[in-house]
Unconditional design. Structure first.
Length: 578
């Protein structure tokens, strides 16, 4: 299965675009200019990235004086050029992320064993100086005109549940002191994300104070809504460095808006008017920036993988890396809803008109995540082999407001399972599949959902789980520090997957050295299933990957899942004949 190049972390500087391009060679930093096109901005073989707060982000910063990036191999900040990578910081157990340039220094988030620090790194000497520290979490340092803004949240919270936005006076030269912080926004019942200083000198941020993640601005005295709407304008911040909005030279703001299972690009004018930009793209990553009054984004369609795109205000666009979008929109999956739960239905590849086929109901990971209306090679794999795929935005997903996003707390393993069951029964009832041809699968938290749904009372013929969470309480104790509050909120009231409760055949897949969900739990569950003679299969891969997304790992997992589902279909056919 061919895996297209992936693009991430898009940002601009002085008419140039930078992004991280992932392929078989690792995560490479590339640069684009209108004159020179695309070229490597760091030596080939230098992989940029970090695992700060477990999931990383903000690995590169650029100014007129140079390019700085974090090595994914040693965690050190380096000065980069196409020919050379020169270490700026010493080797350390501390982890850097969220890089941003401030005058003659690089500011960064530094995660330590005792908490987080905001630090200043002198680009001449490499000296690291602490600006602010917390025993909990910090993120998003944003310097501008003698001030520094940042986010903080407590150890028992997640940034999509409760954060605070602070501002303090801060000089523009290395060694400048930080003034007394002032609380701008946020609190126990408000999530504030993605602060940015606007060209007008105001501080912008996204808050869910109304129940929706909308854009606001603070002028140093008062806060006002920029464009209120019943839609989420930011993603749950699993990674550092997200930017879901960008400022244009004419005063407009471009915003990524999530609604009805797809992403839209919206222009907010200085007078408050909002216009949708008519584009073929249905999925936009939370990395918007502007280049010479055009909007740069990483976007995809249902039939094309994410690409780097430049968009004009009138909706005209050019692809500078990746695939051209199709002109025909007829190949889009159906966007459907049943009992208030939205889902995408991808038909088999050879379906024409009315069709009936085996269907895989898929529970996304997270579970605070969202399904995406974009081409997915793994979906293509199953639809080419005659299956349909139903992706479910079950309760707890992002993109439906604060209440929906938090609804799974205390109900994990119940509401998510019920929503997947509702979708499955609907698909059977309308005649798109039969009770012997519908399956459920999921990865990580979605794997927990799939296994909890593998009961005789549910509609599923069998379940497949990748890197699954087996026991929420065990997971709470072993999960990385960043995610511990999330695990605790979800585990409250959730019960462990029991071999006795799994009454349908199950496929278990896990990386042996998974740092996010313990493989030992999966091995023990498989042993218990074996002891009671239950129909199950086990695939253990010798890897530390949690996502199993490397091409060789993905191929092994997909082959195992296809073989498993086909075996289930074969058993059903044999039962019919007898």
């Amino acid at each position: 299965m061919a895996i297209p190049a992936a693009y991430d972390g898009l940002f601009s500087h002085a008419g140039s675009l930078f992004w991280i391009q992932s392929s078989g060679a690792g995560d490479q930093l590339v640069k684009w200019t209108a004159r020179d096109g695309v070229a490597f901005a760091a030596p080939q073989g230098f992989a940029v990235g970090n695992d700060t707060h477990a999931y990383g982000g903000g690995s590169v910063a650029v100014s007129a004086d140079g390019v700085w990036g974090i090595s994914s191999r040693d965690g050190r900040i380096h000065r980069l050029s196409p020919a050379e990578a020169t270490p700026l910081t010493e080797a350390s157990a501390d982890r850097f992320g969220d890089l941003v340039v401030s005058g003659e220094a690089v500011l960064a988030l530094c995660e330590t064993t005792s908490g987080d620090r905001l630090v200043e790194v002198d680009t001449s000497t490499g000296h690291v100086r602490e600006l602010w520290k917390s025993s909990s979490f910090l993120a998003s340092p944003q310097p501008r005109n003698g001030y520094l803004a940042w986010l903080s949240w407590d150890a028992d919270q997640m940034p999509w549940d409760s954060t605070e936005l602070w501002v303090a006076q801060y000089g523009s030269h290395p060694g400048s002191s930080l003034g007394t912080p002032v609380l701008v926004a946020g609190g126990l019942s408000e999530s504030v994300v993605e602060p940015q200083w606007g060209p007008d000198g105001d501080l912008y941020f996204v808050s869910d104070r109304t129940g929706w993640l909308n854009l606001y601005r603070w002028d140093g005295d008062r806060t006002s809504a920029v464009a209120p709407m019943a839609a989420d304008c930011a993603a749950a911040p699993w990674e550092l460095g997200y930017r879901s909005y960008a400022f244009l030279e004419d005063g407009a703001v471009a915003v990524r808006v999530r609604q009805d299972l797809q992403d839209r690009l919206v222009l907010i004018h200085e007078d408050g008017r909002s216009d949708n930009v008519d584009l073929p793209y249905t999925a936009i990553k939370p990395y918007l920036c502007s280049v010479n009054n055009t909007i740069a984004m990483i976007a995809a369609t249902p039939t094309t993988a994410p690409s780097v795109v430049l968009v004009e205000r009138d909706g005209s666009y050019s692809v500078i890396a990746g695939q051209e979008p199709p002109q025909n929109k007829s190949d889009q999956p159906e966007r459907l809803s049943v009992a208030g739960i939205d889902f995408l239905l991808h038909p088999p590849a050879d379906a024409a008109g009315t069709w009936k086929a085996p269907i895989i109901v898929r529970a996304h990971p997270g579970p605070t995540d969202e399904i995406s209306l974009r081409r997915d090679p793994q979906t293509d794999f199953f639809t080419r082999h005659g299956f349909a795929v139903a992706d479910v935005d079950y309760r707890g997903s992002t993109g439906h407001g604060r209440k929906f996003r938090r609804s799974l707390y205390g109900r994990w393993g119940t509401y998510d399972v019920a929503d997947c069951v509702t979708v499955a029964r609907h698909l059977i009832a309308v005649g798109l599949t039969s009770a012997t041809e519908i399956f459920i699968c999921g990865s990580s938290a979605g794997g927990y959902t799939a296994l909890r749904a593998a009961t005789s009372s549910g509609p599923f013929r069998a379940a497949a789980a990748r890197s699954p969470i087996i026991d929420p309480r065990t997971w709470e104790a072993t999960v990385p520090r960043f995610q511990r509050a999330h695990a605790s909120a979800l585990a409250d009231g959730a019960i462990a997957v029991s071999a006795v409760d799994i009454e349908r055949p199950a496929l278990l897949v896990h990386g042996l050295h998974d740092p996010i969900t313990p493989a030992q739990d999966t091995l023990e569950l498989a042993a218990r299933l074996d002891a009671q003679g239950a129909d199950h299969e086990l695939l253990i891969l010798n890897t530390s990957s949690h996502t199993l997304s490397a091409p060789d790992l993905t191929a092994k997992v997909l082959d195992a899942e296809l073989s498993f589902f086909r075996r289930m279909l074969g058993q059903s056919e044999s039962a019919k004949r007898t």
